[in-house]
Design a protein around this ligand. Structure first.
Ligand SMILES: Cc1cc2nc3c(=O)[nH]c(=O)nc-3n(C[C@H](O)[C@H](O)[C@H](O)COP(=O)(O)OP(=O)(O)OC[C@H]3O[C@@H](n4cnc5c(N)ncnc54)[C@H](O)[C@@H]3O)c2cc1C
Length: 506
């Protein structure tokens, strides 16, 4: 069904957090040439959530589409490099592993590396899988160098950890210089077309009305347009991901600049550590049914490596997503559309997918039901696959506390039960055609949390055991040498001109 006959010329973005400014910058850059007028409304009085500081490598694709100079971005946002996420105490207390932005081993025969590793592991003749992964070994030594284009080293990717406030401010400059008009003020009213129900304008406290053809709801948890105005229902996924609160607090760096995020499991939740150039971001995500607020805040403050930079700030949330992210002439991007807790740093990536899917399906002449349907299908899949991956971290635990026992006992989504069973039984892990986390991510969590395959591809048994041992040792040695040859992370930032304040007069 065609909802509007005229061309889509005026886009109004409601909200100036990470979602709003990423959307504004991308639309201006990628569609600005089509004559689109983009206005962004934000309210300093309301502010932003401001805690999304760890990203995934996909952000580098976004940067390159926008023509962003990454070294300038790093210097402006106090960013550090991220090679993966370290998980401590998730399987059993004392366990640890890194989910890397890379791969394990290399091709050594017709079966996959993991099948050979599983065979060797069953005979006790192999190192932990992480030692066959270059970004993991570099991360643990606090080293970094960009991937090697010559192909002599194992391939890997990287992401960034940045100051969310500085990032939004920097993107805002970027977007405004590309033609986005910023309006400051609190939206107090939303007008709708009496026939179609589509949104026609938002009104500010000072009485100004901002009219638009397409509205992007980036208003955060409040979901001003998609939720309050259009009454799109929220699908609550707390039965699978029950953590619903967090405390966040910055602190001074105790001297560890390892290029990775850390997630440490605690009694009824987990604590994050995100090292930036000028401070460390910390937070404790927990479930209020198992941990009261005061105890959770105390646990966070007792586990900081340096002087806290503020009082802990509480955030409340419900995991889930809107039943439709594109409804009528409104597309929800960011927290307005849904939230999956930050265990795998997926929110900014979901913002990016929301933007890029919108750009590809952008309704230049009229909003068609087919565009909406395809957009919602793609985003639903993205949300559901991330949800399954997050749930795996909780369910594959062997901890004693009541919370962790309850996590083990929860009924799983069917899509996840089958995936766990296939891996545990036979190391089977199909690729997703769409979806963020590919087999290497799943393998990291499975093996890191003690879900080890009982059987493997029989072709892995065909190699002579001595030969297999030699090949594994050669890969192990090469990776150790390549990691040790990289510069220290901070030295790399210095040499690259990416230190905070570099060239920015700060
Ligand atoms: C505890 C926690 C940890 C997180 N960690 C990570 C992480 O490590 N990595 C990651 O990728 N993501 C993380 N996230 C998610 C990340 O913070 C968000 O996805 C990101 O900040 C985007 O937020 P947003 O722009 O959608 O909303 P917000 O930042 O809340 O922005 C909303 C905007 O809407 C405006 N607004 C609202 N109402 C009105 C109104 N009436 N009138 C005018 N303007 C209005 C506000 O002023 C603001 O500008 C985390 C989230 C939480 C809760």
């Amino acid at each position: 069904m065609t909802e509007r006959a005229q061309a889509i010329r005026n886009v109004v973005i409601v909200g100036g957090g990470t979602a709003g400014w990423m959307t504004a910058a991308a639309l201006a850059r990628l569609l600005g040439g089509t004559g689109l007028a983009i206005t962004l409304v934000e309210s300093a009085a309301i502010g932003t959530v401001g805690v999304g500081e760890a990203t995934l490598p996909q952000i580098r694709r976004f940067n390159s589409l926008l023509g962003i100079d990454e070294r300038e971005m790093m210097a402006r946002t106090a960013a550090t490099i991220k090679l993966g996420i370290e998980f401590r105490d998730w399987g059993r207390v004392g366990d640890g592993y890194i989910h890397p932005f890379g791969r394990f081993g290399q091709e050594i025969g017709p079966a996959s590396f993991v099948d050979y590793w599983a065979r060797a592991h069953a005979r006790g003749m192999v190192a932990p899988i992480g030692q066959y992964c270059l970004p993991i070994m570099a991360a643990l030594q606090g080293r970094f160098e960009p991937p090697d284009a010559s192909g002599t080293r194992q391939p890997y990717d990287y992401a960034f950890q940045f100051d969310a406030g500085l990032y939004a401010a920097w993107l805002s400059e970027h977007a405004q210089s590309a033609g986005v008009v910023r309006r400051e003020g609190r939206i107090v009213d939303v007008a709708r077309n009496s026939e179609s129900g589509a949104i026609s304008a938002v009104s500010l406290e000072d009485g100004a009305a901002i009219r638009g053809d397409l509205f992007i709801d980036c208003s955060g948890f409040r979901a001003l347009l998609i939720g309050e105005t259009l009454e799109t229902s929220f699908e609550d996924w707390s039965n699978w991901l029950p953590c619903n609160r967090a405390f966040a607090v910055p602190c001074a760096n105790g001297g560890d600049y390892g290029p990775y995020t850390r997630a440490t499991a605690r009694a009824a939740g987990w604590q994050w550590r995100i090292p930036l150039q000028h401070r460390v971001g910390n937070g404790l995500v927990y479930c209020d049914a198992f941990w009261d607020d005061a105890d959770a805040a105390e646990a966070l403050m007792a586990n900081l490596e340096g002087e806290p930079g503020a009082e802990p700030r509480q955030l409340r949330f419900t995991t889930g997503r809107r039943s439709a992210l594109w409804r009528s002439n409104c597309v929800a991007i960011g927290l307005a559309g849904g939230f999956l807790e930050p265990l795998e740093s997926t929110s900014i990536d979901l913002i990016q997918s929301g933007i890029l899917n919108l750009v590809e399906l952008f309704p230049h002449t009229a909003i068609e039901e087919t565009d909406r349907r395809e957009y919602n299908r793609l985003m639903d899949l993205e949300f559901e696959r991330i949800r399954d991956f997050l749930v795996l971290h909780y369910v594959a635990n062997q901890r004693e506390e009541e919370f962790w026992q309850a996590m083990r006992a929860m009924p799983l989504p069917d899509s996840l039960s089958a995936r766990i069973e296939d891996f545990r039984e036979r190391a089977i892990l199909p690729d997703y055609a769409d979806g963020l986390f590919q087999p290497v991510s799943w393998i990291s969590v499975f093996l890191g949390q003690n879900v080890v395959p009982r059987r493997w591809d029989p072709r892995a048994d065909a190699m002579d055991a001595d030969e297999l041992g030699k090949r594994l040792a050669a890969i192990h040695g090469k990776i150790a040498d390549d990691a040790a040859a990289m510069p220290l992370h901070l030295d790399f930032l210095e040499r690259a001109g990416a230190r905070y304040g570099y060239g920015a007069g700060q």
